[in-house]
Write a protein that binds this ligand. Structure first.
Ligand SMILES: C[S@@+](CC[C@H](N)C(=O)[O-])C[C@H]1O[C@@H](n2cnc3c(N)ncnc32)[C@H](O)[C@@H]1O
Ligand code: SF4
Ligand code: SF4
Length: 434
């Protein structure tokens, strides 16, 4: 014990793509702390525990005893703690759609059971499965366009407890005011796709090539007006990325959005629409959006899902819930690990055990990374197809820069409020901090 290892990450650099094999001996040889500087201050940070201490710059470095204390990690802990009982059920309620978006993860990937609807009988048997296996858990209704199979949606929405989590992913076009009231009264979180201004919706068109943008915005505003819980899912591609910050301001200031998700593009085998996606531009925009979210009380999923781990001092072991609390069902009721992994010969033999054994926690390069505690590796489909490992390395630099920014905020919030992290509920318009 006692050898000091500080990694200075004040000027983050990109890491080379490392080897894919897990380490046999994954315990670090010495305590590993990351060191960041800001003005006259230095923070030393344990990326596994999210513990930190600050010093004035120029003050003596922490003593060996202090380093040992800060660097301590309970190695009885493993990522297994995240492989909890299932409490998230993803239902592909239909693999049909009234749109044909250029980047669609379903159609541009030729997923299994394309164009098939789930029958009401299958929906009923899955609802039964829900009651028996995860009562009170959350159900995501997705596809394809779930509103095309409204009867099957209603089996879940009527058959689940009002207080249980229910999420509907939709392009919104088919939802009438009455449908929206119905969703509101059943406590459904609507995740509506809006990719920016009208010109950006050339990537989201119906089969006649129309964006129907006015209708999309009209339906989003109806959801807000009628008091439904609605958030925007905005898929970033090279097409809308240059305008990302303007899009964000428009969503917040003009449309009144308070919950936004800015996805980076998933791999599609038939389309190159996501190729050439510039992560540096995305990162710079997200850091601006982060500041705006703090000022205006906006929940941005890519930020909050990471900040929550630092604030609660929990290690994020998995990048996607499919090897944790989530189970996924196709329209015919068949269970699958992941529709994307499952539908392609190169990835269809991937098992949860493969993913588990190759999590960042077991990777020597990831163990050196300041962002390991907020990472989990990202999407396994993207990771495997793009990098032939289970880490989506597109996100590394973004995560390290965001980590440093959030860490300093956590330092400031901890000093200025006795009510940290609960006070983050007000800052980011959320209830996630208890
Ligand atoms: C597959 S759609 C299904 C629900 C509904 N049809 C919709 O478009 O909202 C769910 C979300 O995935 C997003 N999406 C589709 N293809 C994607 C891709 N290649 N990368 C990232 N997100 C994608 C969509 O924009 C949408 O927000
Ligand atoms: S509306 Fe949704 S499911 Fe339909 S093509 Fe677009 S992204 Fe895919
Ligand atoms: S950001 Fe994640 S995937 Fe990238 S090196 Fe760090 S821990 Fe590994």
């Amino acid at each position: 014990m006692g050898q000091k290892v500080f990694l200075s990450l004040s000027a983050p650099s990109k890491q080379a793509v490392p080897a894919t094999t897990p380490d046999d001996d994954y315990l670090p040889a010495a305590p590993l702390l990351h060191r960041f500087e800001r003005g006259d201050e230095v923070v030393y940070y344990n990326a596994f525990t999210h513990n930190w201490v600050t010093r004035d710059r120029g003050a003596p470095e922490p003593t060996t005893a202090e380093v040992d204390e800060l660097a301590a990690i309970d190695f009885r802990f493993t990522p297994l703690e995240m492989l909890a009982d299932p409490h998230l059920m993803r239902v592909e309620i239909t693999q049909a759609c009234n749109f044909q978006c250029t980047y669609c993860i379903v159609f541009e990937n030729d997923l299994d059971q394309l164009h098939q609807h789930m029958s009401v009988a299958t929906a009923q048997s899955l609802l039964e499965w829900y009651h028996q296996n995860m009562p009170g858990g959350t159900v995501m209704l997705i596809g394809g366009e779930p509103t095309l199979n409204w009867d099957a949606c209603k089996v879940f929405l009527d058959g689940m407890p009002v207080e249980a989590g229910k999420e509907l992913y939709t392009n919104g076009i088919l939802l009438s005011d009455d449908d929206i009231r119905y969703l509101r009264d059943r406590n459904v979180s609507i995740r509506m796709s809006v990719d920016g201004f009208e010109r950006h919706h050339r990537q989201r068109v119906n089969h006649a090539g129309q964006t129907l943008y006015d209708q999309v915005i009209d339906r989003f505003q109806a959801m807000l007006r009628l008091g439904a819980d609605v958030g925007i899912n905005c898929t970033m591609t090279p097409h809308n990325l240059p305008d990302m910050v303007d899009i964000h301001h428009h969503f917040v200031r003009e449309l009144g959005a308070r919950h936004i998700n800015y996805s980076i593009p998933h791999m599609t085998v038939n389309s190159d629409v996501a190729d050439g996606f510039d992560m540096d531009t995305y990162t710079a925009a997200m850091l601006e959006i982060y500041d705006d979210a703090k000022r205006n009380g906006v929940y941005v999923a890519q930020i909050m899902k990471r900040l929550a781990y630092i604030a609660r001092k929990r290690f994020k072991a998995i990048g996607c819930t499919v090897i944790g609390p989530e189970v996924t069902f196709y329209p015919d009721g068949k269970r699958t690990l992941c529709t994307k992994l499952d539908s392609h010969p190169k990835t269809s033999s991937v098992t949860p055990q493969d993913i588990y054994a190759n999590l960042p926690f077991f990777m020597s390069d990831c163990r050196q990374c300041s962002a390991i505690g907020i990472c989990g590796g990202g999407c396994y489909w993207d990771a495997k197809t793009r990098f032939d490992r289970f880490q989506d390395m597109r996100e590394c630099d973004f995560q390290r820069k965001l980590l440093e920014r959030m860490l300093w905020d956590v330092v400031d919030w901890s000093r200025s409020s006795d009510d940290f992290p609960r006070m983050l509920n007000d800052v980011f318009h959320t209830k996630m901090f208890g």
